[in-house]
Design a protein around this ligand. Structure first.
Ligand code: F6R
Length: 611
């Protein structure tokens, strides 16, 4: 969500912070700010808008010193403006603080501080925290570090924070609870960030803070404790593997387009080493848990947004194989209604970022109930990856575009692998043919991507559309939901996905000659969806067919016909990996033609670390 960067060392901090913030801008971007020590005072510049707006401020050139903090914000409390932008200060400008998360008891702390005579400038929960730290510092006469620790003992909520103190200018204090925060270790310099991509230009040696941990950091040393204990915590430093070009756009106009085109390789990476020549699936991260998985009496898959759509496909895959119900739950609901979860349950959490607050809370609830938790996560070392008992990394590479594309595809790939692993353990033979089909997917996606120009031409017809419907049956229903989500989040066109047969039960009332309807057609239920399309056609709707079956009948009733060659014989369960690609391209081209910022759509952030 919000992006955090801190630096202490021997270089100009503002250069490092600005470059880090730019790398994080995809996470949150309605305002930004930076603080550094200049001539003995905490000097801050902030503004509404993007990092490029921050860079244009005349005061920016006055940030010269070697210790500082910076933030890019996605508003939770208070509208995006300069006052509400981070860093926040206490009234005496003795402390500066950046924060990602939500201080839930900020109202009661604020009321208490107002009664003590403290004045507030902003509407944010973050200002409450920095004023509280300052108040305790004056009152308790503790060190900077001990004061932050004391303040956090009173705080309820989630935070990743970095704090500067005027009286101890050679130190930063950082703490984490529920929001990601990590430290980069360099020689005589230390970095802090909410996401490793902010630090890749400078270091690959990373240390992840865990919930409840607080660190005091100097250029050449650091010390970590728990906010409630005295003992020092010694942590492993991990080396980050991915490279800078993986998080840069290269020759692509947008990250989203780059990530759409990366899918053939991403699929190869996700299956590499996981299927042997005899088509036996091996997933190291769940190996020791096979018995518990096979014996689970009930299975839940929980996730949010696009990952929830992948979860839907996962439930179809697992039900096909296990012949027992698999429930898919929005994590935001699951965390509050999980009455049937117990020690015999398997709870699978799917998350690209591994930091989504609701999904994390769902995992914690499942653990409280002694269920086995399994994470399907992209970001290595992320909180959900660490919290789940077992898991399967996606290996999709970094996804920067806010609209998820390759992560969705790879989540489905992992679910195909996982369901096949189970099938093999249960001696279900048909699984092996699935896997031959899966191996063809990279090549088939490469072929489908060649349709991009054709889809661009079709997209021109829909730039002024205000609504869209997406229809699919069986495995194509979650694909329809995902196609609709892609379109609405980046082009702001209202779109809904429906099971094709549900049309007659209500949505058909919407059909007129201004309603584009995207129909996703494969060989399963072909005749049935053809009838559903006829029903739309006879009411004047504009049909865009995306099909793996080359059919004259379908071609003739379609206004636009997108045929995916060589895919007709692909197993039904694998087809979502193919049919979702043209939907990503359709959403992308319409959004670009409308002049929308596809990588940073309004009101959205890449990872939602607040409830
Ligand atoms: C949509 C999108 C979101 C995420 C959702 C969950 O394109 O990206 O709907 O899928 O916020 O995020 P993760 O997968 O990081 O838990």
């Amino acid at each position: 969500m919000c992006g955090i960067v801190g630096y202490i060392g021997n270089k100009k901090s503002s250069d490092i912070i600005m470059s880090g913030l730019k790398r994080l801008e995809y996470r949150g971007y309605d305002s930004a700010g930076i603080s550094s020590f200049e001539d003995g005072i905490i000097f801050t510049s902030k503004c509404k808008g993007k990092i490029s707006d921050l860079e244009k401020l005349p005061s920016i050139k006055n940030h010269k010193n070697y210790i500082g903090i910076g933030h890019t914000r996605w508003a939770t409390h208070g509208e995006p403006n300069e006052t509400n932008a981070h860093p926040h200060h206490d009234s005496n400008n003795n402390f500066s603080l950046i924060h990602n998360g939500i201080i839930e008891n900020h109202y009661s702390i604020k009321e208490y501080l107002i009664n003590q005579g403290v004045n507030f400038k902003s509407d944010t929960d973050t200002e409450v925290l920095v004023q509280f730290i300052s108040y305790l510092y004056d009152k308790k006469k503790l060190s900077f570090y001990e004061t932050v620790k004391l303040a956090l003992q009173e705080v309820v909520g989630t935070y990743g924070i970095v704090v500067m103190c005027k009286n101890e200018p050679n130190k930063l204090v950082a703490a984490k609870n529920g929001s990601p925060l990590l430290m980069g270790i360099g020689k005589d310099e230390k970095f802090l960030a909410s996401d490793v991509s902010a630090l890749l230009d400078y270091t690959r040696n990373i240390l992840y803070l865990e919930d409840g941990e607080i660190a005091q950091i100097e250029a050449d040393s650091y010390k970590i404790n728990h906010i409630n204990h005295e003992n020092e915590i010694i942590k492993d430093i991990k080396e980050i593997e991915f490279t800078l070009d993986q998080i840069e756009k290269g020759h692509y106009k947008h990250f989203m387009l780059k990530e759409i085109f990366e899918q053939p390789n991403a699929v190869k990476d996700a299956i590499r080493g996981r299927i042997n020549n005899s088509n036996v699936v091996k997933l190291g991260g769940v190996l020791d848990y096979t018995d518990r998985i096979l014996n689970a009496e009930n299975i839940f898959i929980t996730a949010c947004g696009t990952s929830w759509h992948a979860a839907q496909i996962g439930s179809y895959l697992l039900e096909d194989i296990l012949k027992k119900p698999v429930k898919v739950e929005y994590a935001s609901e699951f965390r509050y209604r999980n009455k049937s979860v117990n020690e015999k349950s398997l709870v699978i959490a799917i998350s690209q970022s591994g930091e989504t607050a609701d999904t994390l809370a769902a995992v914690k609830k499942a653990k409280d109930k002694n269920a086995l938790t399994l994470g399907i996560v992209n970001v290595v070392g992320s909180t959900i990856a660490r919290e789940t008992e077992c898991g399967i990394y996606m290996h999709a590479g970094p996804e920067i575009g806010v609209a998820s594309t390759k992560a969705f595809t790879i989540q489905v790939v992992i679910l195909v692998l996982f369901s096949n692993l189970i099938a093999q353990k249960l001696n279900i033979k048909k699984s092996k043919s699935y896997l031959d089909n899966l191996k063809k997917v990279p090549q088939l996606i490469s072929e489908i991507l060649k349709l991009s120009d054709k889809i661009f031409e079709i997209s021109k017809e829909f730039v002024n559309a205000t609504n869209f419907l997406y229809l699919g049956r069986g495995y194509q229903f979650p694909v329809a939901l995902e196609g609709a989500l892609k379109l609405k989040e980046i082009s702001y066109i209202h779109a809904e996905g429906y099971p094709a047969a549900e049309m007659k039960h209500g949505p058909i009332a919407l059909i007129d000659d201004k309603m584009p309807v995207v129909a996703i057609v494969t060989k399963n239920g072909f005749d049935k969806i053809l009838s559903n399309i006829q029903e739309v056609k006879s009411r004047g709707g504009k049909i865009i067919s995306i099909t793996t079956i080359d059919s004259d009948t379908l071609r003739n009733i379609s206004d636009y016909y997108i045929y995916l060659d060589n895919c007709s014989d692909i197993h039904n369960a694998i087809t979502p990996l193919l049919t979702s690609i043209p939907l990503q391209l359709l959403a992308y081209h319409i959004a670009v033609l409308k002049g929308c910022n596809v990588d940073q759509p309004r009101n959205l952030a890449k990872s939602v670390t607040v409830e």
